[in-house]
Design a protein around this ligand. Structure first.
Ligand code: GLC
Length: 803
């Protein structure tokens, strides 16, 4: 007879002594006495992967996050062994592994300083209920250490002292500190003693991070299942850490079409067609630039995906074309829930092909979303993704919709306590069958991926544009993203600012918030302040739930309309600058928004700043986050900065008051910068650009600036048809030289640069272009410090003769 009915609680278990190791090319396996294997793989000199198995058997090595395009290769790889430890050395890192307990310490290979050290290191608890283990890791946290990253957490940028959860969740009207939200990005950057490193915990189960919250000298992370599997990356510069992470999990697969960096207008919902047209016509009438108009769920027939409500939209193809003729791209929403309806072809097809998710014991996963009761495609099955991508043919190829908005893909389920699928739902997981516990965090990502594949196919030869709400690490390869259902409040303006910066620091630059707030209605002042911030977010869209009143730029009176127009115009002027920053993100993984700490990690003043950030690499921005403000205090990082509004130069490295009434916001340009600008257009491609303005901000010394250009859509740039210009500025007391270097084979239609000098400390008496003196009066405009010259100059030299 069995009498003990209580479970034996074993608690935490630990690796014991390492007894041997073996090496296979770039991988070391260390074996402990109690059967644990630690697998250390050197991906690059600055990137090391650590995997642990408690049985000696590893799971199939499959990840949705890691891209096959990641760079690999190292210059140095050595291992040494003594009585106490193993020591693996690369060009950048030294990794010590203690024999007695398999604990790990990482050091900078150059100056031998400690970067991070295991506390109790890897440990695990067996999961009686689900099988497998709860896998855990703890590392020491040192005095002055700071932590950043983790995707969309709506909290102070520096995560120190806090605990977080990664579980993709529909979070209508969330607030400051709500956790978790819509994204699971288990990647953070640590900073200690001026050196920055990153950890990416590639485990899709519900996971947790504790940044010295429970114990002030310990940081830890753990997950409810799967493997302890993490990547360590080293900078020591923070932007390099993020670039390493972005390289590993993927840069966007292509440049965005330039129009997608324009302004977008959205509401739940614009319908019928006449309402859509009213909105778009008003933009043109009021001359407020706009490139995209969105159709929310009401365009569909009973919220059935891939259908149209013919009463509201009798001829979608004609409408989409008319909108396009007026410069508007149409973006339509597509959700994952497929209405249970025997007369609905997509439902029938999904059923016949066995594409819907099922519960553990066989029934379909049934849940309520907008259309009522639905089944949900298993996007983790490659065949389902292929089918789904094919469904976009009519919408994109035939009707001409230019972008798709994926929503509710957490997946969100209404009227159930956990807001999503139950844990027992089964998924294919690309041939690694599992339950929803493992697939939940990547479900939305796989939906967005399938959507992306559809757009890529049917929008060809144009580039796809997708936007998603749910995301896991790596989703940035396929789609842009927004921060979900926020609220029209000043606090949410603060949250939007933090979230966009944090996403950028988490490898996901192409993101933005619902400008003005989704729930409730902003007053005009809040709306204007939000637009001022939003034009500096890579994804720039106004969206609202619509049931609280209008949220178009003209809904708040003429004064606000004029401010909004002025800032959207600034966005359009800065498009070449933003496109260039996107190129640096696309090509090198450099975040488009740089928080103060990333901009200057050596300055400890930056470690706890949240509001200020650098847009691209030259423009410092600080939103006004309170009503009735006439300005604010802000930190200006070291160096000289030009106030964009009046060209006054301030010396940074300190906090200062910056006046800024409702018409302006604090915007500073780094001295020495060359900022490319387009003329204002009502939409991308409206005008044939005849000249590009270069705003040149004087500096004594040197500074490099860049300008990327190509056809703004299509794929020719992948074949070298782009141009990448580097401007090297050298300023002296009485002269200024700008050298231009161009690479790539694209030649834009425009022939001229209009060069505007700011802060020039001397009168221009003489000009040389490519060493030839030219008649000053011929190139000078309006008697001010503006020249119009051929865009292909190699050296522009201006002097004062007053020596
Ligand atoms: C969700 C989305 C929101 C959308 C609404 C209706 O709440 O987050 O953006 O407007 O659903 O589709």
């Amino acid at each position: 007879m069995i009498t003990n009915t209580e479970l034996e609680i074993i608690g935490n278990q630990f690796p014991s002594k390492i007894v041997s190791y073996e090496k296979h090319i770039d991988t070391f396996n260390f074996f402990t006495e109690n059967g644990v294997t630690l697998k250390v793989t050197i991906l690059r000199d600055s990137v090391i992967r650590f995997r642990y198995s408690t049985t000696g058997i590893f799971e199939n090595d499959f990840s949705y996050a890691i891209t096959k395009y990641a760079n690999s290769g190292y210059d140095i790889l050595e291992i040494e062994e003594n009585d106490d430890q193993y020591e693996i050395t690369t060009e950048k890192l030294i990794c010590r592994i203690k024999k007695v307990n398999a604990r790990i310490s990482l050091f900078d290979a150059k100056d031998k300083t400690l970067i991070i050290d295991d506390e109790i290191g890897f440990h695990w608890e067996e999961s009686y209920e689900h099988g497998g283990n709860v896998v855990k890791m703890s590392k020491k946290s040192r005095k002055g250490e700071s932590y950043y990253g983790l995707g969309d957490k709506p909290t102070h940028l520096n995560l120190k002292g806090k605990r977080f959860q990664n579980w993709v969740t529909d979070s209508y009207a969330y607030g400051k500190d709500t956790d978790p939200l819509y994204k699971a990005i288990p990647f953070f950057t640590g900073l200690h003693a001026g050196k920055s490193y990153g950890i990416f915990f590639d485990n899709t189960f519900r996971s947790y991070f504790d940044f010295a919250h429970e114990r002030k000298d310990v940081m830890s992370f753990w997950a409810q299942g799967g493997e302890m599997n993490y990547y360590f990356m080293y900078g020591p510069e923070m932007d390099k850490v993020v670039a390493n992470y972005t390289d590993l999990t993927g840069k966007p697969h292509q440049m965005p079409p330039l129009w997608s960096l324009g302004f977008h207008q959205c509401k739940w919902s614009y319908y019928p067609e006449s309402n859509v047209k009213e909105v778009t016509s008003k933009f043109r009438e009021l001359q407020i630039p706009c490139d995209a108009i969105y159709l929310d769920i009401d365009y569909m027939e009973g919220f059935r995906c891939f259908t149209w409500n013919k009463e509201y939209f009798p001829d979608p193809k004609r409408m989409v074309k008319e909108l396009l003729d007026d410069g508007f791209k149409t973006v339509a929403i597509i959700d994952p829930g497929i209405k249970i309806d025997a007369d609905y072809n997509i439902f029938r097809e999904g059923l016949e092909k066995d594409y819907f998710c099922k519960r553990a014991d066989g029934p379909y996963m049934k849940g309520k979303v907008w259309p009522g009761q639905c089944y949900f495609p298993d996007f983790t099955n490659p065949e389902v993704r292929e089918w789904w991508s094919g469904l976009f043919k009519e919408l994109i190829e035939d009707i001409g919709v230019k972008g798709v908005w994926n929503d509710m893909n957490e997946p969100a389920v209404m009227e159930v306590p956990n807001k999503t699928f139950p844990n027992d739902v089964r998924h294919d997981y690309d041939g690694n069958p599992c339950s929803h516990r493992k697939a939940h965090n990547i479900y939305g990502m796989q939906m967005a991926r399938a959507t992306y594949q559809g757009l890529k196919k049917f929008a060809f030869p144009k580039r796809p544009f997708v936007i998603t709400r749910a995301a896991y690490s790596g989703t940035q390869r396929y789609t842009s993203s927004w921060t979900g259902d926020n609220v029209a409040s000043w606090e949410h303006l603060w949250i939007a600012n933090v979230q966009a910066q944090r996403m950028s620091m988490s490898g996901y630059s192409f993101a933005g918030s619902d400008i003005g707030g989704f729930a409730e209605q902003p007053e005009g002042e809040l709306f204007a302040r939000w637009i001022q911030l939003g034009i500096f977010h890579p994804f720039c869209r106004v969206h609202s739930s619509g049931d609280h009143g209008a949220q178009e730029p003209w809904a708040f009176g003429d004064e606000i309309t004029d401010i909004v127009r002025k800032f959207i115009e600034l966005r359009y002027q800065l498009l070449p600058y933003l496109y260039t920053a996107f190129w640096h993100y696309f090509n090198d993984g450099v975040p488009i928004l740089k928080s103060m700490v990333m901009y200057d990690q050596e300055d400890i003043q930056t470690h706890y700043r949240t509001d200020e950030f650098v847009f691209g690499d030259k423009i410092l921005v600080c939103p006004i986050l309170e009503p009735n403000s006439k300005g604010r205090r802000m930190y200006v990082p070291k160096g000289d900065w030009f106030n964009m509004w009046n060209d006054e130069v301030v010396e940074g490295g300190k906090e200062m008051w910056v006046s800024s009434d409702i018409e302006t916001m604090p915007i500073f340009i780094k001295s020495g910068s060359v900022i490319p600008k387009y003329p204002v257009q009502q939409y991308v491609g409206e005008k044939n650009i005849e000249e590009v303005t270069l705003d040149v901000y004087f500096k004594i010394g040197t500074e490099k600036s860049f300008l990327f250009d190509d056809a703004h859509d299509g794929y020719d740039y992948t074949k070298g048809k782009y141009s990448y210009r580097t401007f090297k500025l050298l300023g002296k007391e009485k002269q200024l030289i700008i050298q231009q270097h161009k690479s790539g084979r694209y030649d834009a239609d425009y022939k001229l640069f209009k060069i505007k000098f700011h802060g020039l400390p001397f009168e221009i008496d003489k000009i040389q272009i490519d060493n030839v003196e030219i008649d000053f009066k011929k190139v000078k405009v309006n008697g001010d410090n503006t020249l119009i010259i051929d865009k292909d100059f190699t050296e522009l030299h201006i002097f004062s003769e007053d020596k």
